[in-house]
Design a protein around this ligand. Structure first.
Ligand code: PLP
Length: 381
């Protein structure tokens, strides 16, 4: 029967679509979905226009426009002191999501186990399931959201083929420390486990802390796919463009899948970003920009009954409402949207078992006037 053939029988509409639709229906302040409500840089927009006008409008090379791969290799050298082979180790993708999907799809087979930490960004498990793999979930410790490496060590066995990390973490808003990366190195050493490192928020790390990219760890790099998104770094989530970095043997497998899935990515935007990167390194200002937003939101929420959970990275602030209500987080989030006109994301939706610590996620990548409106509502609850 056709109706019984779903490969993802338990997957419905994502919580982001659900909450955004509800926010629209009830005209609520939408702090649910993670996207900025302000414009990207004018120069970047003009460059896209320029490259379209100059007729850079046909297929790009399968791995991506050379100029963009060059600009990225320079950035990686500057930030992480790591040399990337632009011919073999980097591929431009249709957003971070496609990079993640392709990395999983090209390396996971029927019955392979993949370790995921929860709360987890929602695109990992479906990609594993579509590849015939088995997601093995480990919950991050609450409320620190740290990885319990003893649990990881216990779960690893000969069927473990991949571990997915997300650093900085959405939705947990935590960053990994050097010790975490060293533990990962130790546990995977001598195995054939691949690491998928989702680093789309690489620049959004606060309080003078540094981003511990896999790119700084040569032994981990040999076994990793590292995925990025220009959407996050240039306030252009709707452009859906990103890239994946991996050692040549892994990247060869990645491209086998990529070439028959996407083949190549939006040409004028690739040229525009390359030209922009050669003129400006304004991604270096992102941490300060978003740290100010985080602090603005925190100051504004200070007198409310919500309890903030420390945010070290990403553009989200978690708020515990355990002092306000005993409702399930999904019910509470929906009620806030319908009755109070403010939309957020309930954290239980990032857990396979629906674990509910009574925490909501709010996006602070918004203009201060919108944040003010949201804060005014939250302070009355
Ligand atoms: C943790 C994480 N990974 C990946 C992505 C996807 O990035 P893109 O929009 O470039 O596909 C997002 C977007 O919100 C994210 O939060």
């Amino acid at each position: 029967m056709l109706s019984n053939r779903s490969k993802l029988p338990k997957v419905g509409t994502t919580i982001f679509s659900v909450m955004s639709a509800l926010a629209n229906e009830y005209q609520a302040i939408n702090l649910s979905q993670g996207f900025p409500n302000y414009s990207c840089n004018e120069r970047l927009k003009n460059l896209v226009h320029e490259f379209i006008q100059k007729d850079y409008n046909q297929y790009a090379p399968m791995p991506g426009v050379l100029e963009l791969r060059q600009a990225l290799a320079q950035k990686i050298k500057k930030l992480y002191n790591t040399e990337i082979d632009i011919q073999e180790e980097i591929t431009i993708t249709a957003g971070g999501t496609q990079a993640i999907f392709t990395a999983i799809n090209c390396s996971i087979k029927e019955g392979d186990e993949v370790i995921i930490f929860e709360p987890a960004y929602d695109c990992y498990a479906p990609a594993i399931l579509l590849s015939g793999g088995i997601p093995k979930y480990i919950e991050l410790e609450y409320p620190t959201y740290e990885i319990n490496w003893k649990h990881v060590a216990k779960l690893i066995n000969t069927r473990t083929k991949m571990i997915i990390i997300n650093n900085p973490n959405n939705p947990a808003t935590k960053i990994l420390k050097r010790e975490d990366l060293l533990m990962l190195e130790k546990l995977t050493s001598g195995t054939d486990i691949i690491i998928l490192s989702d680093e789309v928020y690489e620049h959004l790390v606060y309080d003078k802390k540094t981003h511990e990219s896999i790119l700084k760890y040569p032994k981990l790099m040999e076994r990793s796919f590292i995925c990025y998104s220009f959407g996050k770094s240039y306030h252009v989530t709707g452009w859906k463009i990103g890239y994946c970095i991996a050692a040549a043997p892994l990247m060869r497998e990645f491209r086998k899948a990529h070439q028959f899935n996407v083949f190549s990515v939006n040409t004028p935007i690739q040229y525009a970003i390359a030209a922009y990167m050669n003129e400006s390194d304004d991604y270096l200002d992102l941490a300060k920009f978003y740290e100010e937003k985080r602090n603005y939101f925190l100051k504004g929420i200070g007198q409310s009954r919500f309890k903030p959970i420390a945010c070290e990275g990403s553009y989200f602030q978690l708020l515990s409402y355990e002092n306000i209500s005993e409702e399930k987080d999904l019910d509470f989030a929906k009620r806030l949207t319908i009755e109070n006109k403010i939309a957020s994301i309930p954290l239980s939706s990032f857990y396979s078992k629906g674990t509910d610590h009574k925490v909501l996620r709010f996006c602070f990548a918004k203009t201060n006037d919108l944040l003010d409106k949201g804060l005014e509502i939250l302070n009355k609850i």
